[in-house]
Design a protein around this ligand. Structure first.
Ligand SMILES: [Zn+2]
Length: 159
């Protein structure tokens, strides 16, 4: 619920409590204990409602603050890292590669550094992201371009 609506609802609840107070004074003047008791009960419920709204507003403010912090954290990351070779690298130090999938998750406090397996595949230990390193891409391209050597049995068949 937007904060202006919560504030308006709290104000309405306060006015209802005030109106019930007037009604209670009238019931007392009329010496009607039953109506007076019902009014006191409604007054108590409205006050509980008002307190709940104030708690909701505090929770809402807290969520808004968290949201601002997460946005700030994403902005800071965007300023500190650069995108190259399908991964992120620290601008200041050139350190990396860092996981692009974790980068997009502001609730992950640190961007995960990618590990490299012995074939040259970069992978993230935090999430499932994996990509070829430029070195692996280069080796794969070389292997695809190299002329294929005939296997021993193929050599025998051609004789
Ligand atoms: Zn990751």
């Amino acid at each position: 619920m937007p904060i202006a609506e919560v504030t308006a609802t709290v104000t309405i609840a306060a006015n209802v409590v005030k109106a019930l107070g007037k009604l209670g004074a009238y019931a007392e003047k009329q010496r009607n204990a039953e109506i007076n008791g019902a009014i006191i009960e409604v007054q108590s419920l409205v006050m509980q409602l008002q307190e709940q709204l104030l708690r909701d507003r505090a929770a809402h403010d807290d969520l808004k603050r968290q949201h601002r912090e997460l946005e700030e954290s994403v902005r800071t990351r965007r300023d500190a890292f650069e995108w190259r070779e399908n991964v992120f690298w620290e601008k200041a130090t050139g350190a990396g590669p860092y996981c692009p999938k974790c980068f997009q998750e502001p609730q992950i406090p640190r961007v995960a550094r990618l590990a490299e397996d012995r074939d040259g595949l970069w992978y993230c230990a935090v999430c499932t992201f994996a990509t070829n390193s430029p070195e692996l891409d280069r080796r794969l391209a070389e292997a695809a371009a190299a002329p294929r050597k005939p296997r021993p049995h193929e050599d025998w068949l051609s004789r």
